[in-house]
Design a protein around this ligand. Structure first.
Ligand code: SF4
Length: 124
């Protein structure tokens, strides 16, 4: 990476096993493809269930790399509760370092716009 290049955040969508009605209004593949191709993120991908034990292990490993992450998933207070061990294990403060978005019950365009808005805020 060039020295002066700004490090972009990674984006993880948690899709709640793929069966949660909360994501029924959007096309999850269109959503993640728009985020990863059109928005200023280093990459974007879908995880099936971040709050399961393996998801926790994945998140703890991922966070240790030190890249900022935006997570699009369920309710913010739930994310805080469920991801706190992974953040703690990576030496991060969940209240400061978690950039969480609730993207349930949204269309693809609405969810993309919500991610864009938080990325704009982070850049400001
Ligand atoms: S973190 Fe939230 S969206 Fe992801 S699987 Fe758990 S409850 Fe569902």
């Amino acid at each position: 990476m060039e020295e002066n290049k700004k490090q972009l955040p990674g984006f993880i969508m948690c899709v709640c096993t793929g069966k949660c009605p909360g994501f029924a209004k959007m096309d999850i593949w269109d959503f993640i493809n728009q985020v990863r191709v059109e928005l200023p993120v280093e990459y974007g991908f879908i995880h099936p269930q971040l709050c399961e034990e393996d998801g926790d292990r994945f998140l703890a490993d991922y966070l240790k790399a030190g890249r900022k992450v935006v997570i699009g998933a369920c309710a913010l207070n739930m994310q805080k509760k469920m991801f706190k061990d992974a953040f703690a294990e990576a030496g991060l403060d969940i209240n400061k370092d978690l950039i969480a978005l609730d993207i349930r019950d949204m269309t693809t365009d609405e969810a993309v716009a919500k991610v864009q808005a938080v990325l704009d805020e982070m850049e400001a």
